[in-house]
Design a protein around this ligand. Sequence first.
Ligand code: ATP
Ligand code: MG
Length: 566
Amino acid sequence: MTVTQQLPDSNGNSGDARSLHFIEQIIEEDNRTGRFGRKVHTRFPPEPNGYLHIGHAKSICLNSAMAKEYGGQFNLRFDDTNPTKEETEYVESIKEDVRWLGADWEDRLFFASNYFQQMYDWAVDLIKKGKAYVCDLSGDEIRATRGTPSVPGTPSPGRNRTVEENLDLFERMKNGEFPDGSKTLRAKIDMASPNFNMRDPVMYRIVHASHHRTGEQWCIYPMYDWAHGLEDSIEGITHSICTLEFEHHRPLYDWFLDQLGVYHPQQIEFARLNLTYTVMSKRKLLELVKGNYVTGWDDPRMPTISGLRRRGYTPGSIREFCRKIGVAKFNSTIDVTVLENSIREDLNHNAQRRMAVLRPLKVVIDNYPEDQTDWLDAINNPEKEEDGTRKVPFTREFYIEASDFLEDAPKKYFRLSPGREVRLRYAYYVTCTGCVKDADGNVVEVHCTYDPETRGGSSPDGRKVQGTIHWVSATHGVTAEVRLYDRLFNVENPDDPQNPLDYKEYLNPNSLEIIANAKVEPDLANPSGATRYQFERIGYFCPDPDSSQGHPVFNRTVSLRDARIR
Ligand code: ATP
Ligand code: MG
């Protein structure tokens, strides 16, 4: 049976009926049976050990969308159970990114560390029930005694300790009497289980380290599998959505909650997002940052949310991307062009059009008065009439793209070449009369004449020209730095375990090209950071925070699908 419903699209219009994805189906079924009292409460549970990336965005959008769609609530919860890798800087960046994406946790910002005492008390309960014990084996020994798929694990010598002994040892673990790694608390489940996660998993380990929130208060820290379900339970989460690799952890999630007899959310797994030409592991992203392979977490080439934001992506384009790729139960890799197309669509509709010349070549109109400026009307956004027009200054000298002139041009070259006439966007028809070269034979200046009758870009005699090129006044234009980005990696899957080399060997050495002397229209001298632009015939650009008064810096968000200038 296919279940369908009307869903609004990104513009708020009711779109076509579409199928419910499997998570929506689960929620609707739970609502039908009244399993959670028709309540939907989701959460996003990042570990504050790095910046968020586009994969996290998929989870954030999914969790917050489910809450919104079913009139429920969404929590932001930091899973801060690992003191050695976590920092406040990450907490702050994560909050900023989640907020920027438009996911609203209202007043429900939580930290797993706030539940440490409750978790400890619950662990004591399990010990009292004979369901947990203190183990003296080292991490290596625990791994070595876990068995194989066909051979059961060897029980730890601690497995037969009495409840009293376990209570005493666990309390002394908490009180700091034992060094790191010397003891653990383990669940007493089944050393012969076909699911390795059930072979007496570790619940607590000893780590004498300062925690970014609880300081020195604790020296035992809960393991993810023990902590996660408890966090969900405490917060009254209904649907605990996580990625596929936790599927085999679900029996353990369920076991802990069942043994404690506390409120029990439903864990649901979905396929994580993988994208071509990038890496998405926090460990690798951290390595790229620490090793200065990129300029920081927000380097516009990074797949991080902060990188995408600096690159010029909008929250709406990322939400739309996440909606488009959907949720599934099997892993796949999405082509990065799908992401690029979602920002193209957004910016095609919303970006202000401007003229910018990336590689300037000077043109002189010999029959145009020297100190005259003609202010011409230019359309700000053909997709949005309400954005109106602006005045663009035209002068005797201006810049065009070097690639828009060719001295010996083939017949089909519809740009400037001696003897040929082209339209200057919003301005005049000009005819090329020749060029000036330097000692090395490079063209340094182009000469033209203009037809004053063609003001605005059309000829009263109906004469047609084939090409239209853009330009920027040499007198009024502003010099800008433009940063052109390409893929961070040269190969589709730098992470592929089949690759013979380390992923860093596949970094693209040409992923950033800086153009120091681009020319842009005068009103771009001090652009507002929030405005997005289309530089005509080139691509979409946004101002970079490195801009200073009168010295704008632009990032290329994405090229035009059919860009003429690259
Ligand atoms: P690690 O656990 O290795 O530090 P992580 O990427 O899993 O890295 P978390 O902070 O645990 O980081 O992730 C928070 C949430 O985001 C988790 O619920 C996780 O399932 C989800 N998530 C992480 N990566 C992706 C991805 N590529 N696609 C979808 N969801 C993801
Ligand atoms: Mg994780």
